[in-house]
Design a protein around this ligand. Structure first.
Ligand code: DQA
Length: 145
């Protein structure tokens, strides 16, 4: 069975409470339940990690490479726009990463238009809400390479 990591960065534990006009009214628990349901439909295994700490996210990516997972669905949140360390972690192995943003970062403040991590990701999905995570998982589950 294919195995995927669903990785969420800083402040995403605040979904549902945080700027609901931008990120919606549902919490991380609802997002994870939607992903679990999609994983069951696809017949794949998913594990979840949310962290507000850059180092924890880096170590989770290293572990995914070492365990040869089949992919990572990653919302690096604010670290998207700043973190060379996360970019290098993605590049430190061969596990494909699909970067996901709930909001359309290109329609927001200029500092959100740059994604440091996106350039080393297999694809970037931005602005589909929670559906973006499901689309990323479907894509990775169908991935042959
Ligand atoms: C986000 C967009 C980022 O700019 C922001 O810092 C986040 C969430 C999104 O999912 O839309 O925390 O990654």
């Amino acid at each position: 069975m294919k195995r995927f990591l669903i990785l969420n960065g800083p402040n995403l534990n605040r979904l549902g409470k945080r700027e609901p006009g931008v990120y919606g009214a549902d919490g991380l628990d609802v997002l994870e339940a939607m992903i679990r349901k999609e994983a069951a439909t696809l017949g794949v295994l998913v594990s979840f990690l949310q962290s507000n700490h850059e180092g924890a996210l880096i170590e989770a990516i290293h572990a995914a490479h070492d365990e040869a997972l089949d992919g990572i669905v990653f919302n690096p949140a604010a670290f998207t726009h700043t973190s060379v360390a996360l970019r290098d972690a993605i590049s430190s192995g061969t596990v494909p990463v699909v970067e996901v943003h709930i909001s359309n970062v290109h329609a927001r403040e200029e500092f959100r238009h740059t994604t440091v991590t996106g350039a080393v990701s297999r694809a970037v999905i931005s602005g589909l809400g929670f559906e973006g995570y499901l689309a990323a998982l479907r894509f990775l589950a169908a991935n042959k390479s």
